[in-house]
Design a protein around this ligand. Sequence first.
Ligand SMILES: [Zn+2]
Ligand SMILES: [Zn+2]
Length: 178
Amino acid sequence: MKIRVADIKDKEKLLSGEEAISHYPTLMQAQSDGQCEFLSPVSISLSVVREYDHIRVHGSVGTEVRLFCSRCLAEFVDTITSEFSIFYIRSDETQPEDEVELGEEDLVSVTFSGDEIDFTDEIAEQILLGLPYKPLCTDECKGLCFTCGTDLNASECSCSQNSTSMVFSPLKGFKVKQ
Ligand SMILES: [Zn+2]
Ligand SMILES: [Zn+2]
């Protein structure tokens, strides 16, 4: 998604739409790395406004992905959404010794040059940030038995008792000195 700089006014401008994953090289890369599978295009809504010497963009992006649970390896579908604010500052207006004081901590500032601003990189980055580092099918996922590989969400295995006591066995006989 792009906007012509000349079209950005003091009054907030809203942009929205959907873009195919193939439009985003870094998302295609994440998919071919097996991090996830994108099931829907990226939906984007941005508000763009000129403020002082910068352009402020507040946006929300989202898409649907298929992930593998990092505990039980089950496939599941999740919705990734991310909200962000970015300041775009024209690169020839930024002096290296002139630090930009943004005031708000989690604001990102990005420089641009030329007649238009291309949001592609930032949108892809926001989607990637939204992907879980350790995906879980549910927060309570019990995972697989380390010994026999049984999915402990679906059933109990006969070795689950043993593996539990093995985990705690180093603590047997351990006494807290008062
Ligand atoms: Zn799981
Ligand atoms: Zn087992």
